[in-house]
Design a protein around this ligand. Structure first.
Ligand code: AMP
Length: 127
């Protein structure tokens, strides 16, 4: 049984998860990558010229509840994000990869998603 601690982030089940519905093809999205473990698609409200979300097909609400068994899957998301960034021509200029968890980080969708942002300069530390 995966460790899924109860918490405010446990708001969505597979049935009402918008990202599960994108992964299954039920809701349209502009896909830039798809494989048996994850899909990547363009964010509806882009915060940079390239803004792609890489999500696991498996419904995991947050990095906060990911299990040791899910480590290879999380690593896969990072590697795919780097592949997409390369294809988007971002390798030389640079890009940012972000997982948000919880209210202070502004997580709004409770299905793990890795943001790939690029095509402009980003402040550090983030605002
Ligand atoms: P976060 O704030 O980290 O939870 O990010 C959620 C992201 O999902 C936001 O950047 C939204 O713009 C994006 N988003 C929400 N619904 C969709 C959708 N149907 N298609 C593409 N992006 C979406």
């Amino acid at each position: 049984m995966p460790r899924q601690a109860a918490g405010y982030w446990e708001r969505t089940s597979v049935a009402d998860c918008v990202f599960c519905r994108i992964a299954s093809g039920e809701i349209p999205a502009t896909l830039v990558h798809s494989d048996n473990q994850c899909v990547a698609f363009r964010d509806l409200n882009p915060q940079a010229p390239t803004h792609v979300l890489v999500i696991p097909r498996e419904h995991i609400t947050s990095v906060a509840v990911a299990t040791p068994e899910q480590e290879p899957l999380l690593g896969h998301l990072v590697r795919i994000a780097a592949d997409v960034a390369r294809r988007e021509g971002l390798e030389a200029s640079g890009y940012r990869l972000v997982f948000n968890h919880g209210p202070d980080a502004g997580q709004s969708v409770f299905h793990i998603h890795l943001h790939l942002l690029g095509g402009r300069r980003f402040a550090w530390p983030p605002g």
